[in-house]
Design a protein around this ligand. Structure first.
Ligand SMILES: [Zn+2]
Length: 275
């Protein structure tokens, strides 16, 4: 009798440990807000292989944008429920620096948006001096009119200028600006209701696997405004999707479950419902 009680107690401890371990090693499904399938990757990775890499990393759905946009369509055609297409305006990488003042890029985007499949425009790169440039303005209008998100890889000064200049356009801040601090991110989220933030490549969220207290505080204050992401910006990144998602799962496991679930996938599901 005594032995049996000890045995059951031990099983209870082991079960509790297993639950904690699985939460830490990563059992949350993932909505990945930052994937590219751009031309250099097409020869090395077929769409089927890409979809299998994402699935093995626990990614159930992903925002995809590509240079050129055909890469996104290759994945979307194979998995329309799993791929959330964003229209990247770069026809080639050469458009990356010149697009804010290139009216041909605006015409290209307007034409492609007629497909009616896109949930956002971006990811785009620009600076605070471009906020009033004609094509930036046109994209903000197109996003507002179409209920689309504008995914911007910009610094906090450019972001705040955009939020003030185009207050009705939904903004998805790529990489939290790459260098945006938790304090800046919190202030912007407090101030601007049209802002959401994704955390691709932000290893400072959990240096050495330990969730940073500053980020933790912002996540707890605004659990409905964050998403995670990978950013396959270069072909070799496809080898790191699994390990980068494992790192994300480690810090998700250090948050309250309801907060972690929102950041891992529920926010993405809410903002971009499955078709
Ligand atoms: Zn990117």
């Amino acid at each position: 009798m005594m032995l049996r009680r000890i045995g059951l107690g031990l099983i209870g401890v082991l079960l509790a440990f297993a639950t904690a371990a699985s939460a830490q090693s990563g059992q949350y499904p993932i909505f990945d807000a930052h994937i590219h399938y751009s031309q250099p990757a097409w020869d090395s990775y077929t769409p089927e292989r890409i979809l299998s890499i994402l699935a093995q990393a626990g990614v159930r759905r992903a925002i995809v944008s590509s240079t050129p946009d055909e890469g996104t369509l290759k994945l979307y055609d194979k998995a329309p429920k799993g791929i959330v297409p964003f229209l990247r305006p770069y026809r080639t990488r050469d458009d990356m620096g010149s697009w804010p003042r290139d009216l041909a890029v605006a015409a290209y985007v307007e034409e492609r948006l007629k497909r009616g499949i896109y949930k956002g425009i971006g990811e785009v790169h620009f600076g605070v001096a471009d906020v009033d440039a004609p094509v930036v303005k046109r994209f903000a209008e197109l996003a507002q009119d179409g209920g689309l998100f504008l995914q911007c890889h910009i610094d906090d000064a450019a972001l705040e200028a955009m939020l003030k200049r185009y207050p009705k356009t939904k903004m998805l801040w790529a990489h939290a600006g790459m260098w945006g601090t938790p304090a800046t991110t919190q202030r912007l989220l407090d101030t601007y209701p049209t802002l959401w933030v994704e955390l691709a490549l932000r290893t400072d969220v959990a240096p050495g696997g330990v969730l940073d207290p500053g980020w933790r505080a912002v996540f707890l204050k605004h659990p409905d405004r964050f998403m995670v992401g990978t950013d396959t910006w270069t072909t070799s990144r496809w080898e790191s999707v699994g390990s980068s998602m494992r790192e994300v799962q480690v810090w998700l496991g250090q948050l309250p479950r309801d907060v972690a679930e929102q950041i891992a996938w529920k926010n993405g599901e809410r903002l971009f419902p499955s078709p």
